[in-house]
Ligand binder design. Structure first.
Ligand SMILES: C[S@@+](CC[C@H](N)C(=O)[O-])C[C@H]1O[C@@H](n2cnc3c(N)ncnc32)[C@H](O)[C@@H]1O
Length: 382
């Protein structure tokens, strides 16, 4: 029975990829908006979505939706909701994040405190207490207000939004795991095809590719808020979900995944991360300057996240770096190349025009995903 509307959040620009993942899990999409895909599901869907969605940031249970253009309306709207369906008498609950776009209410801290006050008011009536012990499990809520439409979601995922648990250490500008997964899923790369990341850093893109190929669920090594909510999700469902995910892991992959970087120390970190994710055996790590990029095979994929030039010093070096990357790519002229960067002169210095560019927001940074698909390899005659 579909008891809930669930909302999975993602980077702006990746809604279509997340939508496909949810659909492939077997759930009906009910609504899509910037950075959020909603679908119908029961408590089992809470476990499966958290465990399996590679491109989602977090999964929320939609608890309320109403219009509010003033704090009074916000208070009254929140009070209408039966919060006892989510929060037990001793639950610790608060609004962990409030955001507002093109709406009359915009001060996040005021929105957070009014929502909490109204929740307390409603729960006081139901539980017959004035002050709450709040010494039980944690129930964080998120509030989004878009054009005066308030949506309140219970965060089933928890503190580390997209974290898989394998990346304890990282370089200076690591890409989020769920973004890396989405970049791979936007290409035709799959197990059995060659993948090279010449700017691998802490290894996120190669690790996500190997996890995808081995069908290792992204939620395998991590914790979720909702694991402790036996008032909402039965602990048996988490166990079943984990067991099912374990059974689906493939072994003995036919993989050729290469992680290169100029920084050998960082590659050590990448290898440790890969080991924690259970995929180090599928990735070959090598210290290599991008100018020496080469591969013996005629066809393959490059999916990469070169330096963007966040720091001024680095920005000055970008023309030369992108030029030498472009020169190296001439040696791989039948490969398919995918580059995410916020550097506006990416195409100019690579010396290549992208067949397609996709706008993706990496937090507040606008990036483009440049796609240079190569020719299709001829079908093997056998
Ligand atoms: C934006 S970071 C990549 C982050 C990576 N995706 C991750 O998740 O950690 C860019 C990487 O390019 C590497 N790099 C810079 N110049 C390079 C060069 N000439 N050849 C190869 N790698 C280089 C840096 O060491 C850095 O790790």
């Amino acid at each position: 029975m579909d008891r809930y509307t669930l909302a999975a959040t993602c980077h702006f620009g990746l809604e279509a990829v997340l939508k496909r993942e949810i659909f492939d899990l077997g759930y009906d999409i009910t609504h899509v908006e910037d950075g959020r895909v909603e679908f119908a599901g029961d408590e089992e869907a809470v476990t499966r979505a958290n465990f399996s969605l590679r491109t989602a940031e977090r999964v929320l249970i939609k608890a309320a939706e109403f219009e509010a253009g003033s704090f009074d309306e916000l208070f009254e709207g929140v009070k209408e909701v039966a919060w006892e369906n989510f929060i037990p008498k001793n639950g610790r609950f608060w609004v962990s994040k409030a955001s507002s776009v093109r709406s009359d209410l915009f001060a996040p801290s005021a929105i957070q405190s009014i929502v909490k006050k109204a929740m307390v008011d409603e729960l006081s009536g139901v539980y017959g207490i004035k002050s709450f012990p709040e010494d039980g499990e944690e129930y964080p809520f998120r509030v989004f207000i878009l054009k005066n439409k308030v949506t309140i979601g219970l965060d089933t995922t928890g503190v580390s939004p997209h974290k898989r648990g394998y990346r304890l250490m990282q370089g200076e500008a690591p890409i989020a795991e769920n973004l890396a997964a989405a970049l791979i899923m936007l290409t035709p790369w799959r197990e059995g095809r060659i993948l090279v990341d010449p700017f691998a850093g802490s290894g996120t893109i190669p690790i996500e590719a190997a996890m995808l190929a081995a069908n290792i669920a992204p939620g395998m090594n991590r914790d979720f808020n909702a694991k402790r909510w036996d008032n909402i999700v039965s602990p048996r469902l988490w166990k079943d979900c984990e067991e099912e995910a374990r059974e689906l892991i493939k072994s003995g992959l036919d993989s050729d995944i290469q992680a290169y970087d100029i920084d050998g120390e960082l590659l050590k970190v990448a290898r440790e991360n890969a080991a924690r994710a259970g995929v180090d055996k599928y990735i070959h790590f090598q210290t290599r300057d991008v100018k020496d990029l080469s591969h013996a095979k005629k066809y393959g994929f490059i999916i990469t996240n070169p330096p963007y030039g966040e720091r001024l010093e680095e920005k000055k070096r970008l023309p030369e770096l992108y030029r030498s990357f472009g020169t190296a790519l001439k040696r791989l002229d039948s490969w398919s190349v995918y580059v995410i960067s916020s550097y506006e002169d990416t195409e100019k210095y690579l010396g290549m025009r992208a067949a397609k560019k996709r706008k993706i927001y990496n937090g507040m940074i606008r990036t483009d995903y440049y796609q240079f698909p190569g020719p299709k390899p001829p079908k093997r005659l056998n």
